[in-house]
Structure formats: C-alpha cells, structure tokens
Design a protein around this ligand. Sequence first.
Ligand code: IMP
Ligand code: MG
Length: 182
Amino acid sequence: MSGQLPAGIERVLFTEEEIEERIRQVAAEVTAKYAGRQLKLIGVLKGSVFFLTQLARRIDLPLKIDFLAISSFSAKAGAPGLVRIAKDLDEGIEGEDVLLVEDIVDTGFTLRYLLQTLSGRGPNSLAVCTFLDRTSRRIVQTPIDYRCFEIPDHFVVGYGLDYHQAYRNLNYVAVMRPDKLS
Ligand code: IMP
Ligand code: MG
C-alpha cells in the first residue's frame, strides 16, 4: 500500500500485512480442528473470494472449494432483506465437513439463511468462518466459529468487499467516507 488513498476512502482499518498475519492464525486453528479430515470451503460470491483464496492457501489439509451466490432484496433501503440463492453450489455436501466462508456478518440475516439452507443438505459438519464481524448491528444471532476481525459500525471496503461493485481489489480493508455513501 503506497501513496494516496483512492477518492471515497477515509482511512485504512487493516493493512495487507495485518490481514495476512491474522488469516495465518485462523488457518492454523482450522488446520488443527480438522486434522485428519478433508474440508470443503464454501465461499459466498463475490465478497468472500479474496479472503477464501488466502485462507485456503494457509490451511494445511486436503481441501475442496465450491461457491454460491445470493441476492437479497429489501422493501426499503437498510431494511432486513429477503435472501435467495442466485447461483447454487456445483456439488452436494452430504457427509462432508463444510466451512462456510463469509466476507462480513452484519445483521446476520444472510448467514442465518445460508446455515438453514446448507444444514438441510446433510453435511457431516457445518461451521462458519467470517473475515469481518460487525456485532454492533446484529439482529439475528447466528453462530460464528472463526472470525478474523471485529469491526466498528462503519461501512468498509477492500479485500473483496465492495461499494457498488467497486474497491474489491484494494489489498487492505478501509472505511468509506460517509459523504460518499448514498
Ligand atoms: P447481513 O445479512 O446483514 O449480515 O449482510 C451481510 C452482507 O451485506 C455481506 O455479506 C456483505 O455483502 C454486505 N455488507 C454488509 N456490511 C458491509 C460493508 O461494510 N461493506 C461491504 N459490504 C457489506
Ligand atoms: Mg456477502
């Protein structure tokens, strides 16, 4: 990370070095927990992609990867949305040890929906690993097994997270300038 921040960015919250160090720690926890087993990482498109690929590189286990995409609709902006699967997994998960990988858990509605849906498909185990966790805005309580960072109540972008599809490729996590959010 060098030079000026892009327009729209207020400040850096976590640098690439901090992120990669933390991912290494979480990957070590996962490796220890699932020792002797094969793991399936399920990423939620598109926000979790950058995190998932870095995490997967640091997990020392036989591992498979699959993705799903969701869309959420809300009746009015900011209201809890209805969630549905826009792109489903390529393969079933019956009998597998599944780790659901999220970019951020905010209200918890998305995660609750995903856990309900995936648990109905007969995995041997189902756990959650989120890159960011904003507990201050939680509405539905959902179990989280692994989290990299708890974040304050600001809109953040980078390392996969977007604002209107932009900023995903920043190699750090940053707070958006509130005056740039519509
Ligand atoms: P939840 O259902 O409210 O927990 O919403 C989680 C989803 O909202 C995440 O998977 C993100 O796609 C999106 N989201 C929530 N907060 C942020 C943020 O600060 N930056 C970017 N995306 C966010
Ligand atoms: Mg998401």
